[in-house]
Design a protein around this ligand. Sequence first.
Ligand code: ASP
Ligand code: MG
Length: 264
Amino acid sequence: LIRIVLSRAGAQPVVVVSALAKVTAQLLESGNAAADGHLGLALAIVRDIYVRHEQLADSLLDGSAHGALDRELRDEFRALESQLHDLEASRRLDLKSQDRLLGFGECFSSALVKEALCEAGVNAAYVDARSCLVTDARHGQASLVWEETNQRLRDTVGPLLESGAVSVLGGFIASTADGVPTTLGRGGSDFSAAIVGAALSASRIEIWTDVDGVMTTDPKLCPDARVIRKLSFDEAEELAHFGAKVLHPATLAPAKRENIPVYV
Ligand code: ASP
Ligand code: MG
């Protein structure tokens, strides 16, 4: 990731990250365990997530940067643990609490990536996605309030771009106009990237993922799957709509509206 960002330095990149692999699923598992009364299991899962982030931070950062991140991560994990205690007490994980819970993954990863980029010499700035992306309160898969979102992104990320900083945002997470955490639905971080790209009139949107592009079929199911070199927005939207997992179904809408090419 650092190498990719460094190689794009001349193009004024903005970085949108998802959670580390499997973390969102683990958070969901921990929330369900807590709501079922298995607090010990829930805390153990979260402990595992914490250790993974700590180990990654260890390998990427030295001394003072690590100390600062460590304090930040520790505070966030304490908040996460306290939410698990609440879930155990209420015995209920509704979509509103779930949005708050699942968002921790992107909070951790974006804080980590911001520090790692700084350590690599990039002038990276953390931008709180929840104060920029505004949605309705349809928890679990909220809908964007476009004008407000575009305005906030331009007001926040615009000046950072002008000052030469690389903004780092967590994907997937947003909030209602009055600040209640929401999410854009599973796999939503590439949608966030397209939202940010469209708001800032980016010249291109790049999605870096675990496959080399949109493919003719799922390569895990069929090793003969081939990369499709070029697709129209309509064709790609249709594939996503009918279940291709490479892109969140809503990803292409903002790119299409602004006619910004998307590279997977
Ligand atoms: N971390 C979120 C998820 O697993 C969003 C994403 O990965 O795009 O659904
Ligand atoms: Mg993902």
